[in-house]
Design a protein around this ligand. Structure first.
Ligand code: M6R
Length: 452
């Protein structure tokens, strides 16, 4: 009788030893314990109880007692399903000596980059990607990236990497828009779903449609066995370890890195010169070291947060090209946890209206990692300075000037987003701490957004 998206549990007053559970579209798992069973929406929440879980599918109903579970399909037929063991333990989800998960997860990023090198590097130095996935991508004439929030921003950051290395055009879409306003598709589209959790309802509703149309799909996710992973044709894992803070950090950089690896694999197969010349594992190891240097700059970045963001009502990040995409992510990070009204803006677009918002002391943070656009962004910073803005520059070492404040170690031009984002994550973290808010659990937000 119930419609829509739900996951619920019922206990009958006269039979308190039995729980009846059902789900549609929302995640729900049964955890199998020794002499007990539990129900949960995420394995992470139950790791202190068990590491064995059974997935439940849409429309199924389950009767759970201490020593048994009985799954029925929508027609009332009994279903047998094997349990799986979550490849996680409690230490993966502990903060250790960190005050907040977000800080731990920012610091995890160099390790995640190195883990991805290990996970995806073959014996002859090739990127190991399933042949069927490669063939489907090689046969496609356009890649559609579908994602929300930070994952959508990772899609934007990876667009030019994918296009340059594979020579396949890429479109990036917000799931919630694509779902109801699907553009005209190319003749051979390939769908790439990006989702840390693998449970985001907006993305899933698109995947359901894509599956109905019989179109090929890949999910890149941090959670093996998640709904988007199960329902897409292929999965690539982020290997980032659990991300618990609501503000996504290491998943963003892991998503860009996995798409870079994928792009290299496809580009090599097509013998695209840019791909053949790009030593992806070497470049990602340089990124890992650069990230390490940046996360060691906490004291300096905390001071910039204090100077620029401690009592402002709003703030802007500006950049062009990939630096614009990083600016969008930087602004989302800042606004979702510090509650500063922040916008990531294409630097050249400011003068077409938004510059009217600049007043005495408005913080404007410029991101500059591209030589061709760097001088233009500097020009835009000058424009806002002359209207009273308080400017901060995040810039690659090779493009830096003496007065610039945050210097990024040099990395390959294709992957600058992976390092440029790190100081912006730290700025958001410290601004939030300084303003006295809970970094890991911002108001009005949940880690997995399982409603449309
Ligand atoms: O799990 P997903 O990657 O699909 O989640 C998408 C967004 O809900 C998520 O990135 C959200 O924007 C984060 N709170 C951003 O930090």
């Amino acid at each position: 009788m119930i419609r829509g998206s739900y996951a619920f549990a019922l206990v009958e007053k006269n039979d308190p030893e039995t729980i009846y559970v059902a789900k549609n579209k929302s995640p729900l798992l049964i955890g199998l314990g020794d002499g007990f069973n539990v129900i949960c929406s995420d394995a992470l929440a139950m790791l202190d109880q068990t590491t064995h879980f059974v997935e439940i599918e849409d429309g199924e109903m389950v009767t759970v007692t201490a020593d048994a579970i009985e799954i029925e399909d929508p027609k009332g037929n009994l279903v047998y399903r094997e349990s799986y063991e979550a490849q996680l333990d409690l230490t993966d989800i502990e903060k250790g000596t960190y005050p907040y998960y977000m800080l731990k997860e920012i610091d995890d990023q160099p390790t995640v980059m190195r883990r991805l090198i290990q996970e995806y590097q073959g014996e002859s130095g090739e990127v190991v990607i399933d042949a069927a996935l490669k063939n489907e991508l090689l046969a496609s004439d356009r890649i559609y990236i579908i994602a929300c929030g930070t994952s959508n921003h990772a899609g934007w950051a990876a667009k030019s990497i994918l296009e340059k290395l594979t020579q396949i055009p890429v479109e990036v879409h917000l799931s919630s828009e694509f779902g109801y306003n699907m553009p005209l598709l190319s003749a051979k589209p390939f769908f790439l779903f990006l989702s840390q959790s693998g449970e985001t309802a907006d993305s899933r509703q698109v995947l359901v449609t894509i599956n109905q149309l019989g179109l090929p799909s890949l999910t890149i996710t941090n959670v093996a066995g998640s709904t988007l992973s199960r329902e897409a044709n292929h999965t690539l894992l982020l290997h980032a370890g659990p991300e618990i803070a609501v503000a996504s950090t290491k998943a963003y950089t892991a998503q860009i890195a996995v798409m870079t690896l994928l792009a290299k694999a496809i580009g090599d197969e097509k013998a695209v010169p840019e791909a053949l010349d790009f030593d992806v594992f070497h470049e990602l190891s340089i990124v890992a070291s650069a990230m390490e240097a940046l996360v060691d700059e906490k004291a300096v970045i905390s001071q910039f947060a204090e100077d620029f963001l401690s009592d402002t009502r709003n703030a802007f990040y500006i950049g062009r090209g990939n630096d614009y995409y990083v600016s969008m992510e930087a602004a989302l990070k800042l606004k979702e946890i510090s509650y500063i009204q922040a916008e990531g803006f294409a630097a050249g677009e400011l003068k077409h209206g938004t510059i009217a918002l600049i007043e005495e002391g408005t913080p404007v943070i410029g991101v500059i990692t591209e030589e061709v656009t760097g001088s233009h962004t500097r020009g835009n910073l000058k424009e806002v300075e002359s209207r009273g803005a308080h400017t901060l520059v995040i810039v690659s070492q090779e493009l830096a000037k003496a007065t610039d404040q945050i210097i990024l170690p040099n990395v390959h031009p294709l992957v600058t987003s992976l390092v440029a984002v790190v100081p912006t994550q730290l700025l958001a973290y410290f601004a939030t701490l300084q303003r006295g808010f809970d970094v890991d659990k911002p108001r009005n937000l949940a880690k997995s957004v399982t409603v449309e």
